[in-house]
Design a protein around this ligand. Structure first.
Ligand code: PHE
Length: 339
């Protein structure tokens, strides 16, 4: 039995446990042999018993060694199968970037921060869901004012609406401003809404950056200088601006501002300059200052409202405003953030 057991254990392919039961179990081969002890002569029993024990020990330790060898082999196989080659190049994760409109707004913000303006962009001081009072009445547009037609409005209730312009932020900022600490110089970027049918040049939601300076002796020259500086920041040093008379209920005088599309050089004749309209601005109407609790005899102010969407279209030659709102990565990834 010992010889045959050794051979069987050595050649056992896998099930060591089954073999153990077969050899040493209650109904196993060794047990059956030892049962024959009763037929052995009493003086020989001791020797036969010793042989039996020896066989049992040999089989037990051989089985244990076989099991250990098999386990080690299995582990090696598993390790080999699961090897990771750390020297293989990894896949590069795609890195995101701010939306092109956000990039332009960031650029505008940085410029005005440099001029000492503060940025009002939190949802408390610049809510998109506004009251009729702030969006229109405090901007010198009473209920029956015909100029309300200029801005088709999404009303939520007769008194609450989606703001059609960032101009209501002027009043909200003025209410909180402490003039003992100096003039108010602020910009307020944000989303605005108008009940337009979307097409290549209209979107029911777009962006504006409102600007306002309120202080003593603020003049139209300050307005022009400020606008020239931001236009040259966005379009380049060689571009000029021009102001044309316009109308807004909240500014008097009001202007529309054009920027030269081509670069202007000193030897150029005026007819060679190509102008494009970029924003509305003006000297704040005394009524607006009065409604905000400011004495128009003591303080004067200018304000402007510019459109980042339009800037982005001009700057990058985008011919459909809807592209900005489709969130198509193939479109957006063209505008790599500079710097
Ligand atoms: N709020 C105006 C608009 O949306 C723009 C503007 C702002 C004009 C401030 C003058 C002064 O058309």
């Amino acid at each position: 039995l010992k010889t045959s057991a050794v051979a069987r254990i050595n050649s056992a392919a896998d099930d060591v446990e089954a073999l153990r039961v077969k050899l040493l179990g209650k109904k196993g081969e060794l047990t059956a042999l030892l049962k024959g002890m009763k037929d052995v002569a009493p003086e020989e029993r001791k020797a036969v018993g010793a042989i039996g024990n020896d066989v049992r020990q040999t089989i037990t330790s051989l089985l244990a060694a076989k099991k250990a060898a098999q386990d080690a082999e299995k582990l090696n196989e598993q390790l080999a199968a699961e090897t990771i080659d750390v020297t293989l190049p990894g896949s590069t994760p795609t890195i995101g970037q701010p939306h092109v409109l956000q990039q332009i707004i960031d650029e505008i913000e940085q410029h005005f921060l440099g001029l000492g303006f503060k940025i009002i962009d939190d949802t408390v001081d610049s809510p998109e869901v506004e009251t009729d009072e702030y969006n229109f009445e405090r901007e010198n547009l009473p209920k029956d004012h015909p100029a309300r037609d200029m801005q088709d409005t999404f009303y939520i209730t007769p008194e609450i609406l989606l703001r059609t312009q960032t101009s209501p932020v002027q009043s909200r900022a003025l209410e909180k401003h402490d003039f003992s600490k100096g003039p108010l110089k602020m910009i307020a970027p944000g989303k605005v809404y108008r009940r337009d049918t979307d097409d290549a040049t209209h979107s029911h939601q777009f962006h504006q950056v409102e600007g306002m300076v309120v202080g003593e002796n603020i003049t139209m020259a300050d307005l022009k200088g400020t606008l020239l500086s931001i236009m040259q920041e966005l379009f380049g040093e060689k571009h000029q601006i021009r102001m044309r008379p316009s109308y807004f209920p909240f500014t008097e005088p009001s202007v529309e501002v054009d920027v030269s599309w081509n670069e202007v050089t000193p030897d150029m004749s005026p007819e060679d300059i190509e102008w494009i309209e970029v924003l509305g601005a003006g000297m704040t109407h005394p009524n607006v200052l009065r409604m905000d609790g400011i004495d128009p005899d003591k303080y004067s102010a200018f304000a402007f409202g510019l459109g980042p969407d339009r800037f982005a279209m001009l700057k990058y030659g985008v011919d459909d405003i809807r592209q900005f709102y489709l969130n198509d990565v193939r479109f957006l990834s063209q505008f790599e953030r500079k710097g």
